[in-house]
Design a binder for this molecule. Structure first.
Ligand code: P1T
Length: 383
């Protein structure tokens, strides 16, 4: 019966059973590095916590369930999860990625893996033309972030998946900004879905964790091997916190989306605001794709005040009182950030500006507070 649950029940029950020892409804935090054996290899399924841990296993089963996948793997951070995906590749392989993406992802690609002989292309995936043009005989993988961080471009996963299938390329989707409440990339044709579970999945700004989910048995075997062999695993306490967060994902996401819609509309009609980037706006360039692909439009938005530059954008952010100036996103509390100097500072200015990440851009992670308080805070800061 648990296999057939709707998403809003899966977040609570998916892959979950009461703990075998005492029936604990939440899995205990198995804070142990190792497990007693009666004879070498004589154990109860757990040998060493880098390889397996019961709290991590409970989380991984929940992750698989909510991403409509069979195999899930938890990592010490979102970037550690990405790192494991990149280890599927070999020197000489090429990757095509979106031209707008988290600065840390860009840094991992260009500052670490380029040195190991893996080459990256960053293309606009509004249509599949640039993607098709960048494919050559060395291309192995396509890396898509959608909606993108911080410009909120929405990429048609089904269309990209069709290209990848026809060219036998792996498709990995970073689903951090959407969360599986809004879209489940494996159902749209992706081979691997990745999360910075630090964000909406955990949801309370109290943990750093990453995940990968796939339906492909061979990929799963290789990822499981890499997870154990490289060892970038999360601790049991962080797994517990993430699992607890997932149980309220659907109710949090609903409010994130409702609040973001009101704030996007408020900013759009504000005389001092030049541009608002939120996929739910009819004027958003990928609104049609977003409407077809996503169940709602998410809690992240970016905007540019009229006539603003680096300094005036920072002045506005510093005036905010309820929005906290901070990196990260997806927690219950609203955050404001300045991508050019914070999350995307590792991308050279000329490259980030090509994708719209100008010095005046402000990014909001809209939380689940009363939206009237959030709008009042924006009002006083913009004034
Ligand atoms: O921080 P970590 O859990 O390692 O996840 C990295 C990551 C990967 N992918 C996306 C889309 C992300 O947004 C992030 C982390 N992003 C921020 C910290 C930020 O403020 O944008």
């Amino acid at each position: 019966m648990k296999d057939k649950l709707h998403f809003n029940s899966q977040t609570i029950h998916g892959g979950q059973e009461p703990d075998k020892a005492y029936g604990a409804v939440m899995p205990p935090i198995y804070q142990t590095s190792t497990y007693a054996q009666t004879t070498p290899g004589g154990h109860k399924g757990f040998e060493y916590s880098r390889t397996h841990n019961p709290t991590r296993q409970a989380l991984e089963r929940a992750l698989a369930s909510i991403e409509a996948g069979e195999f899930a793997f938890a990592f010490g951070s979102g970037l550690a999860a990405m790192d494991a995906v990149l280890k599927l590749l070999k020197p000489g392989d090429e990757v095509i990625s979106t031209d707008d993406l988290y600065g840390g992802s860009y840094r991992l690609f260009t500052k670490i893996y380029e040195d190991f002989g893996i080459h990256f292309h960053f293309v606009n995936m509004a249509s599949t033309d640039a993607l098709n043009a960048a494919i050559n005989e060395n291309t192995r993988m396509v890396w898509v972030e959608t909606p993108t961080n911080p410009m909120m471009n929405v990429i048609d996963i089904k269309a990209v998946a069709a290209v990848c299938k026809s060219k036998e390329l792996l498709l990995a989707v970073d689903n951090t900004f959407a969360s599986p409440y809004l879209q489940q990339p494996l159902l749209l044709g992706a081979d691997i879905v990745m999360h910075s579970a630090t964000k909406y999945l955990a949801g309370h700004s109290d943990v750093i964790l990453g995940s990968l989910v796939t339906n492909d048995k061979h990929l799963a075997e290789r990822i499981g091997f890499i997870q154990n062999a490289s060892g970038a695993v999360p601790g049991p306490m962080d797994c517990f916190l993430t699992l607890r967060g997932i149980k309220t994902l659907h109710v949090r996401m609903q409010r994130h989306c409702e609040n973001a819609a009101q704030i996007a509309n408020y900013l759009t009609s504000h005389p001092k605001i030049e541009k608002v980037y939120w996929p739910g706006l009819e004027g958003h360039p990928n609104h049609t794709v977003a409407k077809a692909q996503m169940n709602d439009f998410g809690g992240m938005l970016s905007f540019v005040p009229k006539g603003a530059n680096y300094n005036t954008a920072i002045q506005i952010i510093e005036k905010l009182k309820l929005f906290t100036l901070a990196e990260s996103l997806g927690g219950v509390e609203s955050l404001a950030g300045h991508p050019a100097s914070m999350t995307h500072a590792s991308i050279p200015k000329n490259i980030r500006e090509q994708s719209g990440v100008v010095d005046a851009l402000i990014r909001l992670s809209v939380g689940i507070e009363d939206v009237r308080d959030l709008i009042a805070d924006l009002e006083q800061a913009i004034a």
